[in-house]
Design a protein around this ligand. Structure first.
Ligand SMILES: Cc1cc2nc3c(=O)[nH]c(=O)nc-3n(C[C@H](O)[C@H](O)[C@H](O)COP(=O)(O)OP(=O)(O)OC[C@H]3O[C@@H](n4cnc5c(N)ncnc54)[C@H](O)[C@@H]3O)c2cc1C
Length: 373
């Protein structure tokens, strides 16, 4: 069967490759001029590999995803680290760990048990947290919540912690030992040796796959195909007839600096109430220095509404009352009645998904569809 895949990100790439290997002819289109979706990277004029849509760190517990992905390129182990700037200008590990607690409270704890006892003392007793503020306060108390999460959440989401669903902050780990790697709970943390774009080129390199970049979806394309897997925003496909599904976006402010002192970690978070959430020093990531130029590239992130950033959709908005998830369900019901089309990926299913989750869901989805044929 001739199949149309809309979107050349991870969802589209997994579907395209799996279906092509099963003998189908696949056309992949993307409105952007490049492959890779939001994981796209490139070497800039400073000789530094930059991820155009923000730093992408691969981490997973899923062996199946590792087995599939490593068919298309080699990877290097990399354990990501983040530091947060405290009001006194000092840096502390993020996610919160034993050293963060010592830096904030001036304590001298050396064991996880001491930190756990401290957090138990400052935590508020809230049996069933109704929102992100209550969830955090019930785990780490008011002071750490207000320092690390209150201004950050406001600038990241445009909402107060009280208006956000607990699920938004549940993703952020908390450690009581000295481990300072961001994704420590995932056994596999790695980066593609030659970048994500090279990995995607290899995934799309199959005689059954045809690529059309710089090509936006239009309904009249469907006539030429037996089925369509569609990663475009589901509300856009239906002409926003039930209302918009909102997203947060990010404006990336890129600057060049002369090489200088090494950074403690490639990413620094800002805890203040200014407009920026974090900045990335790309050449502090392994194999991101592609050519020696004496210059480095730093990207600062300023979250905003997607309508203020050329409709660039990054993070689906999850409020405590679940109103946008309810709206998405209505679009999903419309989609079920759509013949020969399945919505896939982040914007097709209106979920925040890490790369490994998108790969896993897409592998399962493609196999399910193949079995039904
Ligand atoms: C700032 C940021 C940082 C992230 N960091 C991490 C991280 O560290 N680790 C991690 O695991 N995950 C991270 N992610 C998540 C990761 O980006 C996603 O898991 C992944 O990109 C999802 O792949 P996708 O194919 O669903 O969507 P996308 O990558 O968004 O691909 C969808 C593609 O569809 C195309 N498209 C949309 N509409 C149309 C249309 N009408 N016609 C044609 N093409 C269209 C888009 O141009 C896009 O290229 C991050 C995401 C963001 C936003």
């Amino acid at each position: 069967m001739r199949i149309l895949v809309v979107g050349a990100g991870f969802a589209g790439a997994v579907y395209a490759r799996t279906l092509a290997e099963a003998g189908h002819g696949v056309t992949v289109i993307d409105k952007r001029p490049h492959i890779g979706g939001n994981a796209y990277d490139f070497a800039d004029t400073n000789g530094v590999r930059v991820h155009l849509y923000g730093p992408h760190l691969f981490h997973t517990k899923l062996q199946r995803v590792i087995d599939w992905l490593t068919r298309f390129g080699s990877f290097i182990p990399y354990e990501h680290k983040v530091r947060a700037i405290l009001p006194n200008g000092k840096l502390a590990p993020m996610p919160i760990n034993l050293d963060t607690v010592n830096a904030v409270f001036g304590t001298g704890y050396s064991t996880a048990a001491e930190v756990e006892a401290h957090l138990a003392r400052v935590a508020l007793k809230i049996a069933e947290p109704r929102n992100a503020a209550e969830h955090l306060q019930s785990r780490i108390g008011v002071e750490l919540t207000d320092l690390f999460f209150r201004p950050y959440t406001k600038k990241m989401w445009g909402f107060d912690l009280e208006d956000m669903s607990p699920s938004v902050v549940k993703r952020i780990p908390l450690r009581t030992d000295r481990v300072d790697t961001y994704f420590a709970s995932d056994e596999t943390q790695m980066l593609p040796r030659d970048g994500y774009t090279a990995l995607f080129a290899s995934m799309f390199d199959h005689p059954g796959i045809e690529l059309g970049l710089g090509t936006g979806f239009s309904r009249d394309m469907l006539k030429q195909y037996g089925f369509c897997f569609n990663a475009m925003p589901i509300d856009e496909y239906f002409g926003f007839q039930l209302g918009d599904l909102p997203y947060r976006s990010i404006r990336f402010h890129v600057r060049t600096e002369m090489d200088g002192a090494a950074w403690e970690a490639p990413v620094t978070n800002f805890t203040d109430s200014g407009p920026y959430t974090r900045e990335t020093n790309w050449d502090a990531l392994p194999r991101h220095r592609v050519e020696a130029t004496g210059r480095r590239t730093i990207t600062r992130e300023e979250p905003c509404d997607y309508r203020d950033n050329g409709m660039e959709r990054y993070y689906p908005v999850k409020t405590a009352d679940g109103r946008y998830q309810a709206l998405y369900e209505k679009y999903r019901a419309l989609a079920e009645a759509e013949p020969d089309m399945e919505f896939i990926g982040r914007c097709g299913t209106y979920q925040y998904l890490d790369m490994d989750q998108v790969i896993n869901q897409s592998l399962a989805g493609a196999e399910r569809w193949l079995k039904q044929q």
